[in-house]
Design a binder for this molecule. Structure first.
Ligand code: COA
Ligand code: MG
Length: 289
């Protein structure tokens, strides 16, 4: 699965930001027709995204288009405008049911068949950002075309009537619900946007906290956020070295018939091996090993 440490949004009608985004070395680029595009700019956003998919070389960055939510009345025209130009994935915001994902899944599959593209090659990423979305996550998450769940912190706070704070404790339960659902289905969980984009230290701290919780990446809104976020979601050299030592010593200890053993004064057994293997998989996906 593709590494999405940082997913950068920009309004889909903003050609300048789209052309800038492809120079940034960011893992994922998400051209937005939803809340980033003003109500009187929806048509322009559709046409601009279609042009970008047709004309620009995104290099190794993933190219995504975010449509308006299912039921908004804009979603059908949004998806029809961009699908023929073969984005890597469609982002559906404010998903609240399995049927919302299935609606897009059917349209995407018929495009894949029509154009002769491999079935399932265009992925779906969903926004879970309402109370209903969290409640119905158990069914939603089982959709076979899903690649990532994006947790929308601001929308979720509005949905439950929470006041946003800097440490985001009001979002902790929902963030963990997303992580747990994703872990059960091998899907990537992506964390909240840090909207105070000028405060890079706060961004680093929030990214590191999200990574410790189990998120694999984070949404961003400004070029200055690319490096801090991609770094926070890439295992560091020390973490990689330690994970390698666990894998090596675990094997030796198993051969000697010991399930648990001591390394640097700490008990190591199967769960620590599994975590070490995850660290190495993340490092590999990020091209670090
Ligand atoms: N993607 C690509 N390029 C971006 C960008 C983005 N999200 N945000 C800013 N830039 C570019 C600007 O065009 C500018 O380019 P230039 O140096 O070539 O002129 C440069 O980065 C510096 O931008 P800056 O002046 O610091 O930002 P701003 O004050 O113009 O805009 C925001 C600030 C938050 C309004 C803007 O970053 C933005 O619109 N972000 C995306 C918001 C969005 O999509 N929200 C919906 C999803 S949550
Ligand atoms: Mg939102």
């Amino acid at each position: 699965m593709r590494s999405r440490r940082a997913l950068l949004y920009m309004p889909g009608d903003n050609w300048k930001m789209i052309t800038k985004s492809i120079t940034l070395g960011v893992d994922s680029i998400c051209m937005d027709m939803e809340d980033g595009a003003a109500v009187n700019k929806k048509a322009e956003a559709r046409a601009t995204i279609a042009k970008a998919l047709r004309e620009l070389d995104f290099g190794t960055s993933e190219k995504l288009a975010r449509i308006n939510s299912v039921g908004s009345g804009w979603e059908r025209e949004d998806i029809d405008a961009v699908l023929p130009y073969r984005p890597d994935g469609i982002v559906i915001p404010k998903v609240e049911s399995y049927e919302h994902v299935e609606w897009a899944g059917k349209i995407i599959e018929s495009a894949e068949l029509k154009y002769g593209w491999q079935v399932n090659s265009i992925r779906i990423l969903i926004g879970i950002e309402t109370a209903r979305g969290i409640l119905n996550l158990k069914e939603i998450i089982s959709h076979p075309r899903l690649d990532a769940v994006i947790f929308g912190g601001e929308d979720f706070a509005a949905s439950i009537g929470a006041t946003r704070t800097k440490d985001a404790m009001e979002l902790l339960y929902a963030r963990q619900a997303v992580i747990i659902a994703c872990a059960a289905h091998d899907i990537q969980p992506l964390d909240i946007v840090t909207i105070d984009y000028k405060d890079i230290e706060a961004l680093r701290a929030e990214s590191e906290f999200g990574a410790r919780l189990g998120f694999l990446g984070k949404q961003i809104i400004h070029p200055a956020q690319v490096e801090p976020v991609q770094t926070a979601f890439t295992p560091g050299a020390d973490a990689i070295a330690y994970a390698r030592r666990i894998v090596e010593t675990f094997e030796a200890s198993q051969k000697e018939g010991r399930g648990a053993y001591s390394l640097d004064g700490k008990m190591i057994d199967m769960p620590l091996l599994r975590n070490a293997q995850k660290v190495l998989a993340r490092a590999k996906a990020a091209g670090k090993i």
